[in-house]
Design a protein around this ligand. Structure first.
Ligand code: FES
Ligand code: FES
Length: 151
């Protein structure tokens, strides 16, 4: 089936199989590999995107469900070639190791700070509870989120 959606501000059209995930369509058909496929079961958050402004695991959303809707991926948070302040904070804090979790954490943090510009540690913990990181131990991720909030 053909779907039409807006991704990172650009109108897109692609053919998808009815059971295909939005994550697959983004990565394999729309040329946006930033969202990562780590579990494909809604457990890790590495595939997080904004769908009409709501944070979702794109592995759990059918591509067909995004027909007519607006998606923002990690590729869409930077503007005019400049990193988003959240991306800058993750780099500066050393919150990126293998980087597999990072796109999802970036999108989730952008979403958090959009709604809660000065989050408490509990609010950060709650907001990022769906994003698993196997490398960092989370301390540097927290440092990055706090720094991004201050910025
Ligand atoms: S790949 Fe979607 S939650 Fe893990
Ligand atoms: S940096 Fe490797 S999983 Fe988070």
């Amino acid at each position: 089936m053909k779907i039409r959606l807006t991704v990172n501000g650009e109108k897109c059209e692609t053919d998808v199989w009815g059971g295909e995930s939005l994550l697959f369509a983004l990565r394999e058909q729309l040329g946006l590999p930033g969202s990562k496929n780590a579990c494909e079961q809604g457990e890790c958050g590495s595939c997080s995107v904004l769908l009409d402004g709501t944070l979702v695991c794109s592995c759990l959303v059918l591509a067909a469900q995004a027909d007519g809707h607006e998606v923002v991926t990690v590729e869409g948070v930077a503007t005019d070639g400049a990193l988003h302040k959240v991306q800058e904070a993750f780099v500066a804090a050393g919150a990126v190791q293998c980087g597999f979790c990072t796109p999802g954490l970036i999108v989730a943090t952008v979403d958090l700070l959009e709604h809660t510009p000065s989050p408490s540690d509990d609010e950060i913990r709650e907001a990022l509870s769906g994003n698993l990181c196997r490398c960092t131990g989370y301390q540097k991720i927290f440092d990055a989120v706090r720094a991004a909030a201050r910025a």
